[in-house]
Design a protein around this ligand. Structure first.
Ligand code: GAL
Length: 486
């Protein structure tokens, strides 16, 4: 029986819900104004443990955690379902060290990992989580270390990989094992979107457990800076040109850096969003299967728009990380930052209030388009503690794990059976958008292109920062595509 850990887990989630607070009343980005966090909802949705024992533990826990109605207990039991197999939850885990490799090494990203590892130790107390995180957003340092460890036959017990092309690289290289049994135990396509599972699957074999879904094409806005310049912070400009006009207004109002950027991968992310605006979702998606050519005139326009945007930014070195760029908006030193929605965790961790201090919208010209990426966790071939890894994967895929992790990380759950009511306004908006938007794949975050192609695009973008040679950038992009598409 695991009564105490579950109570602790519920209490922690209740605290996070309290932190979500009722002053999160933003209507920015069309987000729902109500942060309908309730203990009852928390109890229902945190009831990841699916066996009867867990369900009754959870029922008890919901009382202790102060669930406001007693019906919550039976709801919880009913909601338990069969997401996590009884034997896995009840057996305490395989035992031994479980070394997990990520790039969530510090700041708000570590808070997300910590929330997940806490649930792991509650669900599988026999195991010891060993944190192998290597700092550097988007895996800018981690991926090279991982590649050399895998090459040397020294894999971690599990590592973070992006759903889509990046994961396919690891599969094709024979570096990871199928884990269909774990996905089946978690509930398979009853609890994970089929499209997402497809991005983890080759020849019917599923190779990772998704932890979350992030959105890359979000503009984060400092409300005060815009308001002072006479611009409504909650209203997205219609397109890139209108956005640039606002940046001119900001410059005229004395804001030296309307748009903040970080190192190379953040520039790749900014560039991909300009591609989405200028090519449209379909044209953009065609870049990755050859149906849109990289020498298309619309790519030329995107390169020109990107070059123009760089006239409004700070200067950044290749290796600069993302938090300083987002912090420039948080601190009022910049008006805008294009960043994946892990940024919302940074705003929260600095005490900023959604709708009051900051707003967000999709990058202009792509309302209703969701530039998607998903983190997932693998079982590497030759992992020393494969049984412990499966415990980790069960945690990553559980309702409890996904609730705790995503509340802290800014992403939305990969699972479809977690109520949006327990999330703050940003994630509520993201969950709504994810359901209705056109989904495209991120270049910078492994969804659209392989590791090799990403490296080639990143080199081209880094070179462009120095040369500002627009024709040269397009030529480099064309050759990166031909090297990788064949
Ligand atoms: C992405 C990753 C996100 C977040 C981001 C910034 O690649 O998928 O979870 O960590 O990098 O580091």
């Amino acid at each position: 029986m695991r009564r105490t850990p579950l109570i602790a887990g519920l209490a922690a989630v209740s605290l996070m819900l309290a932190a979500c607070g009722s002053d999160n009343t933003a209507d920015s980005g069309g987000s729902s104004p109500t942060a309908a966090a309730s203990d009852t909802a928390a109890a229902r949705d945190t009831a990841a443990a699916s066996d009867t024992a867990a369900a009754s533990d959870t029922a008890a826990a919901s009382d202790s955690a102060g669930a406001s109605d007693t019906a919550g207990a039976s709801d919880t039991a009913a909601a338990g379902g069969t997401e996590v197999s009884a034997s896995k939850v009840g057996d305490g885990g395989a035992g031994g060290d479980v070394g997990v490799f990520t790039w969530w090494a510090d700041g708000s990203e570590k808070l997300g990992l910590d929330a997940l590892t806490k649930i792991f130790s509650e669900m599988y107390p026999n195991n010891k989580f060993v944190n192998l995180a290597v700092a550097g957003g988007a895996g800018s340092n981690a991926k090279a270390k991982l590649a050399s460890d895998l090459q040397a036959g020294n894999p971690p017990d599990s590592f973070q990989g992006h759903a889509g092309a990046e994961l396919t690289d690891y599969i094709n290289a024979g570096q990871i094992e199928p884990i269909n049994d774990v996905i089946d135990s978690l509930g398979g396509d009853k609890v994970f979107p089929k499209d997402l599972l497809d991005r983890l699957t080759v020849d019917g074999k599923i190779y990772s457990v998704p932890s979350n879904i992030h959105r890359a094409n979000v503009v984060w806005v400092n409300n005060e800076v815009l308001t002072k310049a006479g611009i409504d912070p909650k209203k997205a400009p219609a397109d890139i040109k209108a956005w640039i006009a606002d940046m001119d207004k900001l410059k005229a109002a004395g804001i030296a850096t309307p748009l903040s950027i970080g190192g190379t991968w953040t520039q790749v992310e900014l560039f991909e969003t300009v591609l989405i605006s200028d090519l449209g979702a379909e044209g953009y998606t065609g870049l990755f299967d050859g149906s849109t050519k990289w020498d298309d005139p619309k790519v030329t326009t995107a390169v020109a728009d990107y070059a123009k945007l760089l006239e409004y930014t700070n200067t950044a070195a290749d290796g600069d990380d993302w938090p300083p760029a987002t912090d420039m908006v948080i601190e009022g030193k910049a008006a805008y930052n294009v960043m994946g929605d892990w940024a919302v965790a940074e705003f929260t961790s600095k005490g900023k209030k959604d709708g009051v201090d900051y707003s967000y919208w999709a990058v202009p010209g792509q309302d209703g388009v969701y530039d998607f990426l998903a983190d997932s966790f693998t079982l590497p071939k030759g992992a020393k503690n494969a049984a412990g890894t499966k415990d980790w994967l069960m945690t990553v895929g559980s309702k409890e794990g996904q609730t705790a992790f995503n509340l802290a990380k800014g992403s939305i759950p990969a699972r479809t059976d977690i109520s949006k009511d327990i999330f703050p306004p940003y994630q509520q908006w993201a969950m709504d958008e994810f359901k209705s938007a056109t989904i495209v794949s991120s270049i910078a975050h492994g969804a659209a292109v392989s590791l090799g192609w990403n490296t080639a695009i990143s080199s081209a973008i880094s070179k462009f920062m120095a040369t500002k040679d627009q024709a040269g950038l397009q030529t480099d992009l064309v050759s990166a595509a031909s090297d990788n598409l064949g």
